[in-house]
Design a protein around this ligand. Structure first.
Ligand code: S3P
Length: 433
């Protein structure tokens, strides 16, 4: 992605007010799209993610024989291949999406044929050994280039394994589960820190049986998946930008409805509460085992306090850490982040870019191998932000810009479309000037 392709100016705001309904969760949309494309029958999804990443998943699955169409009412309709994909002569382009590449690797490893997965420059730098290793243990033939994409898979029948993930990763867990789904015997994945469990919930929704303990999931293969109709809950990681923005302005009030509140994803609400924000959750319901509800947030009159995010919390908040760090200077006591080394191998090195951009805005910040110390009580000024083509950096610093003095220029603003194409329009909608 051309990182300076599009600049966007964000002016300071005086308040955040309004109500929004956000597009469908990226993690859930990837899984619903991939499982529907693999299942028997035709599935339909309302509020499917509008992000480019989920479009990459659907395009790859189309190349593998599924059919995808947009219905007049906005729903996405996916007709699956019934458990057997078509070999694809062209490489499958995963774009910027690590979820697509890692999860599809598990889906394809037990299939017949040779498959090559490629991605953009950012994805081609991200570690893929973490999926090659468990799949190779299952007997798969996978070739990487120095640990990275292109990923070449020579499909073969696999054997079930009992695998403990060395880094907390829902993508790796899902990869192994998707291979286990198609493999004779019981495949178990164990994790030290529970990561997002959308795959477990989605597989059950598509009719698969699996068993769970506090730190493991087991799936007995082979099993067949069956089509579903579902509505994708609003994306809480996209909501994070608005929840943090609203938490910065005493007098703010923001309501987000139909938001995904899966407990493995909703830790941000606890962190904002610990920082002093007032949060209420209403109309909680369950849809295909995913919790959905309305969240109302307003900022404390005395400003946000301070917090430390480390251990299991860091893994659960991994996508929300850039925006939490970006609002750190506006808290009274600062934000301290540790045990978040994974941030360095996301779409960009998010620790380095957060530190660089906070400094550009005049903030003091200390960088660690696995985190950041962002002192509180600071005043920032507008600056030119280098998003590094990373959607979450572009959006995090658009939020920091709302409380800065003067205008901020976000370089590579188009990257927001990776997960949240509507971001800048919705920000304008709720920002009062
Ligand atoms: C995701 C898991 C996380 C997250 C990513 C989406 C998923 O990655 O950062 O945005 O949908 O499973 P890891 O599982 O690699 O930590």
């Amino acid at each position: 992605m051309d990182t300076a392709a599009q600049e966007r100016i964000v002016r300071p705001a005086r308040n955040i007010l309004g109500s929004l309904r956000l597009p469908g969760d990226k993690s859930i949309s990837h899984r619903y799209g991939m499982l529907a494309a693999f299942a028997e029958g035709t599935s339909r999804f309302a509020n499917f993610s509008t992000g480019a990443d989920c479009a990459s998943t659907l395009r790859c699955m189309e190349a593998l024989g599924a059919s995808v169409r947009k219905l007049d009412d906005g729903r996405v309709e996916v007709t699956g291949v019934g458990g057997q994909v078509m070999p694809s002569s062209e490489p499958l382009d995963c774009g910027n999406s690590g979820s697509t590449m890692r999860m599809i690797s598990g889906l394809l490893a037990p299939q017949q044929g040779t498959f090559t997965l490629i991605g953009d420059a950012s994805l081609s730098r991200r570690p893929m050994e973490r999926v090659r290793k468990p799949l190779a243990e299952m007997g798969a033939k996978i070739t990487l280039t120095e640990g990275h994409a292109p990923v070449t898979i020579e499909g073969a029948a696999l054997r079930a394994i009992d695998y403990t993930t060395p880094v907390p990763s829902a993508q790796v867990k899902t990869c192994v589960m998707l291979a286990g789904l198609q493999t004779e015997g019981t495949t178990t994945v164990r994790e030290a820190v529970r990561t997002r469990d959308h795959s477990e919930l989605a597989l059950r929704a598509f009719g698969a049986e699996l068993t769970r303990t506090i730190d493991s999931v087991s799936i007995k293969g082979p099993q067949t998946l069956h089509a579903i109709d579902a509505t994708v809950p609003g994306d809480i990681s996209s909501a994070a930008f608005f929840l943090c923005a609203a938490s910065l302005f005493p007098g703010s009030s923001l309501v987000l409805d139909s938001l995904g509140l899966n407990p493995t994803r909703a830790t941000l609400l606890d962190v904002l509460t610990a920082l002093g924000a007032q949060i209420s959750v209403l109309n909680l319901e369950e849809k295909n085992a995913e919790l959905v509800g309305t969240v109302q947030v307003s900022a404390p009159a005395e400003g946000l306090r301070s917090t430390t995010i480390n251990g299991a919390l860091a893994a659960q908040l991994i996508d929300e850490l850039p925006v939490l760090a970006a609002i750190g200077p506006y808290t009274s006591g600062g934000i301290r982040i540790r045990d978040a080394k994974e941030l360095r191998v996301k779409e960009s090195d998010r620790i380095a870019l957060v530190a660089k951009n906070l400094r550009a805005m005049g903030a003091e910040v200390e960088e660690f191998e696995d985190g950041l110390d962002v002192p509180g009580g600071q005043t920032l000024h507008g600056a030119t932000i280098d998003s590094g083509g990373d959607h979450r950096i572009a959006m995090a610093f658009s939020v920091a810009a709302l409380r800065a003095e003067g205008e901020t220029v976000i370089q590579g603003a188009e990257s927001a479309a990776i997960s949240f194409p509507e971001f800048f329009d919705l920000l304008e909608h709720v920002a009062e000037r």
